[in-house]
Design a protein around this ligand. Structure first.
Ligand SMILES: Nc1ncnc2c1ncn2[C@@H]1O[C@H](COP(=O)(O)OP(=O)(O)OP(=O)(O)O)[C@@H](O)[C@H]1O
Ligand SMILES: [Mg+2]
Length: 313
């Protein structure tokens, strides 16, 4: 299997009045060609900050970015902005944002969005862009007439398909989706998930799928990465993570998710997520972990064989 993306010790810190927020704090993972990595974790665990860094989207108050994002061996973080824009953004890597449906400009028809994207990012004509869009429409279950519609004329599910269409227009190798279905009803969500699985199959596209929903993660992910307090706690094959979760946090997450099979047993994780301005020393999950020892509370565990926990060192 060829490695497409290799993220090494990624750190993204933000400046705030309260101090420096360590939103992403030493995250490493790989994505192979054609593979889907699902990133799961509670709200505020650093999922969006991680994936936005992959396409070099940083808010104005970013304080520090370090580590490497190697795309076929090239470190995207150290490329000049112009080169990244010209060669990578939308062409090789594209992203569907968390509030994706609101990114469509209400006064522009879908076709205007297509031509704008083509004109900003390529030297192709608007007409070429529309042709490319037309080829993708059936794959996305969209009728050709959608091109002439304004966003307010589309349902939530249609809007989300249009946003995915725009993300796929330049045929990227890596599609990042940040909670793409969280604003949709369950049926529409299921339709979009089926669509993504088909795209993955048809185009052998690699994906990073961010969600806080472990059911969605296991539905689409070949691999699952579990984030907590700005760090990866566990990463591995989806099946293995689901069947034999090792990290206590992963086990809690799984237990707190209603299963399709078996009865529903909800476990609430006691305590609160760490303050990322003053994260606890040692393991970030230690204050909430029933197995924590003194060592856990003082020394940060290494990530070893896909799990960052002193129980497995
Ligand atoms: N621009 C910013 N300035 C300061 N802090 C930020 C900024 N963006 C995010 N944060 C903080 O960084 C941490 C990680 O946020 P992030 O949005 O990456 O988490 P997330 O896992 O995507 O959460 P959610 O599931 O709610 O989308 C949180 O503590 C958040 O409050
Ligand atoms: Mg987020």
């Amino acid at each position: 299997m060829t490695t497409l993306l290799q993220v090494k010790e990624l750190r993204v810190y933000y400046r705030t009045r309260r101090g420096v927020v360590r939103a992403v704090d030493g995250v490493s993972f790989e994505v192979n060609e054609g593979e889907t990595l699902a990133i799961i974790g509670e709200s505020g665990s650093g999922k969006s900050s991680t994936v936005q860094a992959l396409i070099r989207m940083f808010p104005r108050n970013v304080h520090l970015v370090s580590g490497q994002v190697l795309y076929r061996g090239v470190d995207l973080l150290s490329l000049p902005e112009s080169v990244f824009n010209r060669e990578y953004r939308w062409k090789k890597i594209s992203i569907v944002f968390q509030s994706a449906m609101n990114v469509l400009n209400p006064v522009m028809r879908v076709r205007d969005h297509v031509s704008e994207l083509i004109q900003i990012h390529t030297r192709l004509s608007a007409r070429d862009g529309l042709k490319m869009a037309e080829e993708l429409l059936p794959k996305l279950g969209l009728p050709p007439s959608v091109l002439n519609r304004y966003p307010h004329e589309l349902s939530g599910g249609m809007k989300q398909r249009v946003v995915i269409l725009l993300a796929l227009l330049l045929r990227p190798e890596l599609l990042i989706l940040d909670e793409p279905t969280s604003a949709l009803d369950v049926i529409t969500q299921a339709n979009i998930m089926n669509l993504l699985k088909r795209l993955k199959w048809d185009y052998k596209i690699s994906m990073i799928f961010v969600t806080h929903d472990i059911a969605l993660a296991s539905d689409i992910g070949d691999k699952i990465a579990v984030m907590y307090g700005g760090q990866l706690m566990e990463i591995g094959d989806a099946d293995t993570i689901l069947r034999e979760p090792r990290h206590p946090y992963t086990r809690f997450l799984l237990e707190s998710t209603p299963r399709l099979r078996g009865e529903v047993k909800l476990t609430f994780i006691p305590g609160t997520p760490p303050d990322l301005v003053n994260p606890p020393p040692g393991c970030r999950f230690a204050p909430r972990c029933p197995y924590a020892s003194d060592k856990c509370r003082s020394e940060e565990p290494p990530m070893k064989n896909g799990v960052k926990c002193w129980l497995y060192v």
